[in-house]
Write a protein that binds this ligand. Structure first.
Ligand SMILES: O=C(O)CCC(=O)C(=O)O
Length: 221
């Protein structure tokens, strides 16, 4: 007799229509889109993090980032005093990054299609962990080989204020509240928009605890 968990994983639940909010010409917030996937995502995420634990990284300017990072997929994003780059090896272990698990990949490709990017094939998933007070400064994602593919960004845990700016650092960003299960997708003419995250407020999320985890999927190589 299938129980409630089986119902949760039914294909119908995974296909439910998104509450889609347009935040740019080719950018959307898909409200709660990841919620039906959570029970599949979390064990996959735990496995990835057992192989490639969160660690603090240093920017080329010598600052330690307040978010802790890990990655999965063929390429992982790293930074140190010699620069930002994608690498097939985890610099800590010198082993390849863990493979991108199937539910993570499927969620990212379906969310991209929901936002109009039907051919998305991510090879990198950056995992950011924010504890209260951690933030991400305004930046552009420019380390990928080309900018044809969108960025798909999944929010888990504590809420955040996402800053979604323009093509110039000086343009005033929109402030968008993101909650557990929300996904932001930006691409096409919006692909190089500046974005960031304001300091995370104190709190304890009932499933994720006192943290926010963000997964950003990209085609990097
Ligand atoms: O945490 C987020 O919502 C955004 C993360 C981000 O900007 C990035 O990884 O480039």
């Amino acid at each position: 007799m299938p129980g409630p968990t089986a119902d949760l994983f039914a294909e119908d639940a995974l296909q439910q229509p998104a509450r889609r909010e347009q935040i740019g010409e080719e950018s959307y917030v898909l409200r709660g889109y990841a919620l039906p996937w959570i029970e599949r995502l979390l064990p996959e995420l735990r496995q990835v993090l057992a192989q490639a634990p969160f660690r603090k990284m240093v920017t080329p300017g010598g600052f330690t980032m307040s978010a802790a990072l890990s990655s999965c997929g063929a390429l992982g994003w790293t930074t140190d005093t010699s620069g930002y780059r994608y690498s097939p090896l985890d610099p800590r272990s010198q082993h390849p990054w863990p493979a991108m698990p199937s539910a993570l990949r499927q969620l990212a490709t379906r969310a991209a299609a929901e936002a109009g990017f039907s051919a998305f094939s991510p090879d990198a998933c950056l995992i950011n962990r924010y504890v209260p007070g951690a933030k991400m400064s305004l930046h552009q994602d420019k380390n990928e080989r080309n900018y044809d593919a969108p960025v798909v960004s999944v929010s888990l845990g504590l809420p955040a204020i996402f800053l979604f700016g323009g093509a110039e650092r000086s343009s005033k960003p929109q402030k968008i509240a993101l909650f557990h299960g929300d996904i932001v997708v930006w691409g096409g003419v919006d692909r190089l928009r500046f974005h960031g995250v304001m300091p995370i407020k104190d709190g304890v999320h009932p499933i994720m605890g006192p943290q926010r985890i963000n997964l950003t999927f990209r085609t990097a190589g």
